[in-house]
Design a protein around this ligand. Structure first.
Ligand code: GLN
Length: 191
């Protein structure tokens, strides 16, 4: 069975495991870099990106995940995970510097800290319920990046080859089509 990990240093881990399993793969809680060799793809969850970034440095995940990506294995960053995967973060140093996007943290301001909306996503038939919590925005994308969703004219989901990123939390609803979308990316690579 296809194995998808969820980086479990901090943040919304159990919910992603549930999403992966609903989509039909095995979900693995990842706490050590040695576990990566066994995985077909990995999700970087939401939480607090500064904390996740620090823990990633402490436990060797920066280099390990760069290697994982260089091997072509798919990575899906959601919310804080999107921040962690970005090549550039406005106003501060980046973490993994993998995906050719520039990200602004906490971009929706105090008025709209948390909200839900029905979002059209390229490649998924009907709107997806999207939960935004102190969400980041993608301010800029490089030439190889495909924009999958916008909200209020701003980019909130994108894909660059084997890298997928969403500003919102696809694990906090019962709609796991984005997990299925990621699983399809993983299976395409395996084929
Ligand atoms: N605001 C958080 C950060 O900057 C991300 C929020 C989230 O993951 N829900 O890291």
């Amino acid at each position: 069975m296809t194995k998808i990990g969820v980086l479990a240093l901090q943040g919304a881990v159990a919910e992603h495991i549930r999403g992966i399993e609903k989509a039909g793969a095995e979900g693995v809680v990842v706490k050590r870099t040695e576990q990566l060799a066994d995985l077909d793809g990995i999700i970087l969850p939401g939480g607090e990106s500064t904390t996740i970034g620090k823990l990633m440095r402490t436990y060797g995940f920066i280099d390990a995940l760069k290697e994982f990506s260089a091997a072509g294995k798919p990575i899906f960053g959601t919310c804080a995970g999107l921040i962690v995967i970005a090549k550039e973060i406005t106003g501060q140093p980046a973490h993994l510097e993998l995906m050719d996007i520039t990200v602004a943290r906490n971009a929706f301001g105090r008025q709209r800290e948390s909200f839900e909306t029905d979002l059209p996503i390229k490649g998924i038939d009907e709107n997806v319920r999207a939960v935004f919590i102190r969400a980041p925005l993608i301010e800029k994308v490089g030439p190889g990046v495909d924009v999958l969703a916008t909200y209020d004219g701003q980019i909130v989901a994108a894909q660059q080859g084997h890298l997928l990123a969403a500003s919102f939390h696809p694990e906090l609803t019962d709609d796991f089509r984005l997990h299925s979308y990621f699983l399809d990316m993983v299976k395409q690579r395996q084929a």
